[in-house]
Design a protein around this ligand. Structure first.
Ligand SMILES: C[S@@+](CC[C@H](N)C(=O)[O-])C[C@H]1O[C@@H](n2cnc3c(N)ncnc32)[C@H](O)[C@@H]1O
Length: 258
């Protein structure tokens, strides 16, 4: 069974996922709209979180099809917003949901948390029907390597060291295209988007929530200390501090045949 560091029972996780939906759903929607998915498609979202994207796809992308949403933990799903979505509790590392059973498969901000990302990607791909499309969106923390002031670079470097120790791969974004190519997928294309934000903005709130939620573990790991965490939180409250966040890497591809 896969372990997920940002447990849904952690205080603040519901709010953090809601912020993720606000920040990332617009990009995810644009990417999906560009793929021309059929209204009758059978769609799979893996690692659906609060299911904001599955709910939206049920209404706007495949209203005459079917949406299946998988997550290790469905406790934060907003059922009210997603009445027609079929939810399944499960682990993408252990196997595909329905081999060859989906016209479109998507996952966002999931694979970087999965210790065996290779198995997870293989299982995501195995769900595709011939000619089916896949869209993966994952982070690449490249922009934080040039964050300013220097203290913030030190903070991010400690964060990356902590995440490596916890089995989180914050540079997985750049590996998506070659990995999909290795599975024989075609028409592989991708883009990476970063946000420029200042203290007090929604992105700053997102990071404040995330760091606060994980503070105990971050400090205990020895990769960060209270002074660096406090310095980061202070920047997140300062409207004069401008910086760049994760480059969210979106890669789509098609299964051969149709
Ligand atoms: C960072 S959240 C992202 C949620 C949502 N996709 C979003 O972008 O807002 C990661 C989600 O993936 C789920 N998850 C992590 N590992 C998983 C696995 N091996 N199989 C299925 N779901 C998994 C977690 O439970 C969590 O809901």
């Amino acid at each position: 069974m896969s372990r997920y560091v940002l447990d849904h029972r952690l205080e603040g996780e519901k709010k953090r996922l809601a912020l993720m939906s606000q920040l990332l759903d617009p990009m995810h929607r644009r990417q999906i709209e560009s793929l021309g998915i059929s209204h009758e498609a059978r769609v799979l979202e893996v690692g659906c979180g609060n299911a904001s994207m599955s709910a939206w796809m049920a209404e706007h992308i495949a209203p005459e099809g079917q949406i299946v949403a998988l997550d290790l933990d469905l406790s934060l799903v907003d059922n009210v917003r997603a009445p027609s979505v079929e939810f399944r509790q499960g682990d993408i590392v252990t196997g595909p949901v329905d081999p060859g059973g989906f016209d479109f498969v998507t996952a966002r901000a999931v694979l970087h948390h999965v210790a065996d990302a290779e198995a997870a990607i293989g299982n995501l791909v195995a769900n595709l029907r011939p000619g089916g499309a896949i869209l993966l969106i994952e982070p690449d923390l490249l922009p934080v390597s040039v964050a300013e002031p220097i203290e913030m670079r030190t903070f991010w470097s400690g964060w990356l060291a902590w995440s490596r120790e916890r089995g989180i791969d914050y540079h997985i974004g750049r590996t998506l295209a070659p990995r999909l190519a290795a599975y024989g997928l075609k028409e592989i294309e991708g883009t990476a988007e970063t946000a420029i934000y200042n203290g007090g903005s929604r992105w700053a709130d997102y990071w404040r929530e995330t760091i606060t939620e994980l503070r105990g573990d971050l400090v205990q790991s020895g990769k960060l200390n209270d002074a660096l965490v406090d310095a980061f939180l202070a920047q997140c409250a300062d409207p004069n501090w401008w910086t760049q966040t994760i480059a969210f890497t979106a890669v789509h591809a098609s299964a051969p045949g149709s």
